[in-house]
Design a protein around this ligand. Structure first.
Ligand code: SAM
Length: 385
C-alpha cells in the first residue's frame, strides 16, 4: 500500500500522457512528469500493483528534465484537462509520436509486418492554444463549483483562464464565472451534478447547453483548422488509392466530413446518428443511417460492398474502434484499400492487426488536440496482392 506521497523515476510517457515509474512492487503512473525525471508525487488512487498520481509542483522534483518549461496555464498542475503544458509544443509532438510508434511496435510484433520509418508522418498545429470550438465543463451545484475534472476523485478545478478554447469560447467561460452567472442561468430542475457544454459554430456564434449528451445534434470535430489538415490528407490519399474505385464507403462518416472534398466519386456515408442534413448538396454524398455495431451490420455492409466492382473505404469509428473488423472485410473482400482514421491508436492497431490480408502503406499523426494526450491517426492500408 502506498502512502499519500511516493517517489517516482520516470521511464517513459504512456499513451495517456502519464509518466511510467516501475519498481518490483508496483507501477506508478504520474501526470505532469517527463522522461528521466525523479521526485515525489501525490498518490491519487491505487489498485493491486498499480498506483496513479500527479506531480503537484516542480518543487517536488529531485531530477528535472531539460525539456521542462513553466506551464502557460495557471491551472495546469491541478487540472487534468491538459497533459503537456510543462514542456514545449515541439516536445509534446515528439512524445505523441513516440507513443504512436510504441503502439505500432506491438502491432509489428503481433503481425510480423514492419512499417518503414519514412512512411510515418506527423502534422502539428500552428497554434497550441485557442483551438477548441467545444468544451465541456462539469458542475457541482451544492459546492457551487464549475470547471474541469482534477486529478483527485470527484474534484472539479475552476478554470476561468482556460487557454485551449477558441477566443469566443474563452470569453464565454469568463462570463459564466463572473458573479457565478452559470448558477443563475442553469435551468430549473437540473441535476445537482452535471455538465455544461460551450460550443462555437463555424460562424463563431457561441451557445451554452446544459446536460445534453456529448455531440448531441451530430458529431463534429473540435478543431476546425486541424480538421482541414485531416480532411485534406484523407482526400489526397483517397484520390490516389481510390482512383479506380466506383464508389467510396465513408463508415462512421457522421455528417460526411472526411469525404466532403472527394468530389469525383459517389460517397456513401454510414452513421447511426444524424439525418444527412449536413452532407454536400452537390449530390456526391449520400447518407444512410446504420448502426454499425449491430449484429447484422457486417452482413449488410458486405452485401452493399459486393454491389460494386471496386469500392474504396474510409472508416473513422469512436474510440472503441471496430473489434469485429474482419467480419466487414473477410479474406475474399473486394475492398483493395482502406483509410482507417482513429482517435485511439490502441484500438486502431488492435483492429488492423486482425486484418491479415492488408498492410500499412502510410501512417499520419494529426494533432487535433494540442495540450492533451489525444491525437488522430490516419492509416492507409492496401490489400496484399
Ligand atoms: C470519430 S466520429 C467520426 C465522424 C466523421 N468521420 C467526422 O470526421 O466528423 C465517430 C462517428 O461514429 C458514429 N457512431 C457512433 N456509434 C455508431 C454506431 N453504433 N453505428 C454507426 N455510427 C456510429 C458517431 O455518430 C460519429 O459520427
Amino acid at each position: 500500500m502506498k502512502k499519500s506521497h511516493d517517489i517516482f523515476k520516470i521511464e517513459h510517457i504512456d499513451p495517456l500522457g502519464q509518466g511510467v515509474s516501475k519498481t518490483e512492487e508496483d507501477v506508478f503512473f504520474v501526470y505532469n512528469t517527463l522522461e528521466g525525471e525523479e521526485g515525489t508525487a501525490d498518490v491519487d488512487g491505487q489498485k493491486k500493483g498499480v498506483s496513479f498520481g500527479h506531480l503537484p509542483t516542480t518543487e517536488q522534483l529531485t531530477k528535472v528534465s531539460p525539456h521542462r518549461v513553466h506551464p502557460e496555464c495557471p491551472h495546469f498542475f491541478s487540472c487534468n484537462g491538459c497533459h503537456f503544458l510543462h514542456t514545449p509544443y515541439q516536445n509534446e509532438i515528439s512524445i505523441k509520436l513516440n507513443s504512436l510508434k510504441r503502439s505500432l511496435k506491438l502491432y509489428e510484433r503481433k503481425t510480423g509486418n514492419l512499417t518503414k520509418e519514412e512512411s510515418i508522418f506527423s502534422h502539428q498545429s500552428e497554434e497550441r492554444f485557442n483551438t477548441r470550438n467545444r468544451i465541456q465543463l462539469h458542475y457541482d451545484l451544492s459546492k457551487k463549483r464549475l470547471g474541469l475534472i482534477g486529478h483527485k476523485k470527484n474534484q472539479i478545478i475552476e478554470v476561468p483562464e482556460c487557454l485551449i478554447g477558441t477566443k469566443e469560447i474563452q470569453e464565454e467561460i469568463k462570463k459564466l464565472y463572473k458573479d457565478e452567472s452559470w448558477i443563475k442561468i442553469i435551468p430549473k430542475n437540473s441535476p445537482k451534478n452535471g455538465h455544461i457544454e460551450i460550443i462555437a459554430n463555424a460562424n463563431s456564434e457561441v451557445s451554452v447547453v446544459f446536460n445534453h449528451p456529448y455531440s448531441h445534434g451530430g458529431f463534429t470535430q473540435v478543431n476546425q483548422k486541424m480538421n482541414k489538415v485531416l480532411r485534406n490528407l484523407v482526400t489526397k490519399h483517397a484520390l490516389e488509392c481510390f482512383s479506380d474505385s466506383d464508389v467510396i464507403f465513408d463508415l462512421f462518416g457522421g455528417s460526411g466530413n472526411l469525404s466532403k472534398k472527394i468530389k469525383n466519386k459517389p460517397c456513401i456515408i454510414y452513421d447511426s446518428y444524424g439525418d444527412g442534413m449536413l452532407v454536400e448538396k452537390d449530390g456526391h454524398q449520400e447518407f444512410i443511417r446504420q448502426n454499425l455495431y449491430s449484429k447484422k451490420a457486417p452482413e449488410i455492409i458486405v452485401k452493399k460492398l459486393q454491389q460494386h466492382t471496386n469500392p474504396g473505404v474510409i472508416i473513422d469509428p469512436p474510440r472503441s474502434g471496430l473489434k469485429n473488423i474482419t467480419d466487414f472485410f473477410p479474406e475474399n473482400s473486394n475492398v483493395k484499400n482502406i483509410i482507417y482514421v482513429s482517435c485511439n491508436p490502441a484500438t486502431l492497431f488492435r483492429d488492423i492487426a486482425n486484418l491479415k490480408n492488408y498492410k500499412i502503406e502510410h501512417i499520419h499523426l494529426v494533432d487535433l488536440f494540442p495540450c492533451t494526450f489525444h491525437y488522430e491517426t490516419v492509416c492507409v492500408l492496401s490489400k496484399n496482392k
